[in-house]
Design a protein around this ligand. Structure first.
Ligand code: MG
Length: 367
């Protein structure tokens, strides 16, 4: 069962409402889809969106990396030696974690189809459904309260609120305005996307604690590279702090874990370079008794399905940020995970469970 070909295609799906964080505004979800075909005819799919301000990967860069570097290195490799495949994938080029993640997903899709199991069961099978939060983009306090109320009316009970774009007083007003609107039974987690300096983060979070705003956790308060600042914040507030942009690789996770620079880690396949490294981070965190979230970039249901399989497989992955497909005008694939409001059900078909992939022109159906 050898890898016979690795092909790419580009996909673009408009968002219902612009997605805004301290780092960027997104109006169209663009991705490279990857299709791996094996010698026995088994096929698998993967996805990589470009996230210039987080991974540094671009659409053209992802496509080049997959077609010109990764494909030549992996074609002919046996999927019955998965560690050889992943070692080659990691070592064939530095960086390019998004391209690697798309190929990794497609390889896992093929392998779990070959094994006759849904991927989440092959990886550990801890649960078969998840509950996602919904992201409130950073806007005026009034608009954010409106958005929050709409998502709660749709049945979501956990909001991930984007902050860190202006001064901390505005951020506090944003949260107060959402709390005034949705009440205190709703779980609110914050994501500053590196928007604060360490001392400023401590001031903001302490004010929120004193104001009784009841924040579950704060994600990435400081710059990705400011590990000392991240630890300073973690040590000086009661609210749990989650590392996101500071942790790409298992090696990054080890640094955070060994010095307790954060209380939680947000794993994303696009940062880690795929499921095999995401799994390593989760298991490393488990050895420190740490829980993880799995999140995503703005991706279609293909990439989120792969991430959901990993998320469902491990007991210490306890938080799920998988709202991206709900923000899109339409799906680019059929099959995969199913949404029932905030509940996500894992497919029981083998592999990722993706049935059909519709490329840029809806008529170009590949499977
Ligand atoms: Mg984040």
């Amino acid at each position: 069962m050898n890898i016979q070909s690795i092909k790419t295609a580009s996909v673009a799906v408009p968002l219902k409402k612009p997605f805004k964080t301290a780092l960027r505004t997104v109006t169209i979800a663009e991705s490279i889809y990857v299709k791996v075909t094996c010698s026995d005819g088994t096929t698998g799919w993967g996805e990589a969106p470009p996230t210039h301000v987080i991974t540094g990967d671009s659409l053209a860069g992802i496509q080049y990396a997959v077609e010109k570097v990764i494909a030549p290195a992996l074609i002919g490799k046996s999927l019955l030696a998965m560690e050889d495949v992943f070692q080659t994938l990691d070592q064939c080029m530095v960086g390019n974690t998004s391209a690697k993640a798309a190929v990794d997903m497609a390889v896992y899709d093929c392998f779990s189809r070959h094994c006759g199991l849904p991927l989440y069961q092959l990886l550990g099978g801890y649960r078969n459904q998840l509950e996602t939060d919904y992201t409130v983009s950073v806007n005026t306090p009034e608009e954010m309260a409106e958005d929050a109320a709409r998502y709660i009316a749709q049945g979501f009970t956990c909001l991930k609120v984007k902050v860190g774009k202006d001064d901390i007083e505005t951020d506090i007003r944003r949260i107060q305005s959402i709390r005034d609107r949705v009440g205190y039974s709703i779980l609110i987690r914050l994501d500053a996307n590196q928007g604060w300096r360490a001392k400023e983060a401590v001031t903001a979070i302490r004010k929120m604690e004193e104001g009784g705003l009841d924040i579950e956790l704060v994600e990435q308060p400081v710059k990705a590279g400011d590990i000392v600042g991240l630890k300073f914040v973690t040590d000086h507030v009661d609210t749990p702090i989650m590392a996101d942009e500071s942790v790409f690789s298992p090696e990054d996770a080890r640094e955070i874990l060994s010095s307790h620079c954060a209380d939680l880690i947000n794993i994303k396949l696009m940062k880690a370079g795929g499921i095999h490294n995401g799994l390593k981070i989760a298991k490393l965190a488990a050895s420190y008794g740490m829980e993880c979230m799995i999140g995503s970039m703005i991706e279609t249901k293909l990439g989120i399905t792969a991430a959901a399989h990993l998320a469902a497989s491990q007991p210490n992955i306890t938080r799920f940020d998988f709202d991206a497909p709900l923000m899109l005008e339409h799906d680019a694939v059929t099959g995969g995970i199913e949404y029932d409001g905030k509940i996500i059900r894992l497919p029981e078909e083998t592999g990722l469970g993706i049935q059909q992939v519709k490329l840029a022109k809806e008529s170009e159906e590949v499977r």
